[in-house]
Write a protein that binds this ligand. Structure first.
Ligand SMILES: [Zn+2]
Length: 133
């Protein structure tokens, strides 16, 4: 087991809809999808909320996180390299995040299916929307 990173692996931002509504979203870097996954952890209307232990370094979220998409052509900038899906087929990234670890479930279409890996910080080159809390 690797010691949990002391660096923040979660970015939480406040997003507003311009009509008084707001949502707090957690942004996580997924090493399988090589992309950010985002989940709501609080909102003005009380919906869309995952449970979060409040930790930025060893987070736990529940329930599971399931990100579904479509595979793009290999020449596209949206092609997901680690997913085995063919262009036009579904891509699935299904995980539990517990104590700072990704636990990827077996229904994932990517190469980390069935594996557990530590969360890492969101790369600084990634533009995260919203306001800092
Ligand atoms: Zn993913």
């Amino acid at each position: 087991m690797t010691e949990p990173s002391r660096e923040a692996t979660v970015i939480v931002r406040r997003l507003t809809d311009g009509h008084g509504g707001w949502e707090h979203r957690a942004f996580l870097w997924c090493p399988a999808c090589e992309d950010v996954h985002q989940i709501g952890v609080a909102s003005s209307d009380g919906r869309l909320n995952w449970n979060w232990n409040g930790s930025l370094t060893s987070p736990t979220f529940s329930p599971s996180i399931k990100v579904e998409g479509v595979q793009w052509d290999a020449a596209s900038g949206f092609h997901k390299r680690s997913h085995s899906s063919r262009p036009g087929e579904a891509t699935i990234c299904h995980s539990h995040v517990e104590d700072g670890q990704w636990k990827f479930l077996s229904d994932c279409t990517h190469s980390l299916a069935g594996q557990s890996v530590p969360l890492v910080p969101v790369p600084s080159r990634i533009d995260i929307p919203g306001d800092e809390l």
